[in-house]
Design a protein around this ligand. Structure first.
Ligand SMILES: [Zn+2]
Length: 123
């Protein structure tokens, strides 16, 4: 018997207003509702937060949350996994940009025409 229900819809703006791509195949994703019944005395209970406000649910609790599911490959990702993927991707892009800038700078330096200054002093 379900004694309690805990709904966690996550970061609304992040989940619903922004576009997210599949970390695996970069395909489009959609939100999928996930429901799981977890008993507070079971082994897997440690992976779930039974607190709701000031109270803690016990017994059989129904957890409801949303995950991203890929339309292409069907893989599913949690909000935390998607955030991690996007943060890693951003960092990689930033590093790539920096490396490119450095390469461009080096190229510019290499292509700089040599300047010969001849000063003739007429006496
Ligand atoms: Zn995918």
């Amino acid at each position: 018997m379900v004694k309690g229900v805990k709904k966690d819809y996550g970061d609304f703006v992040y989940m619903r207003m922004k576009k997210h791509e599949c970390p695996d195949c970069q395909g489009p994703t959609f939100l999928r509702k996930v429901k799981r019944r977890i008993n507070s005395k079971s082994k897997s209970a440690k992976n779930y937060d039974f607190r709701v406000g000031d109270t803690t649910l016990s017994g059989s609790v129904k957890f409801i949350w949303y995950e991203f599911k890929c339309k292409n490959c069907g893989n599913q990702y949690t909000e935390a996994q998607m955030k991690q993927y996007e943060a890693d991707k951003k960092a990689a892009e930033k590093a790539a940009k920096k490396a490119q800038k450095k390469a461009e700078k080096a190229e510019k330096r290499a292509n700089r025409p040599e300047v010969n200054i001849n000063i003739t002093i007429n006496k």
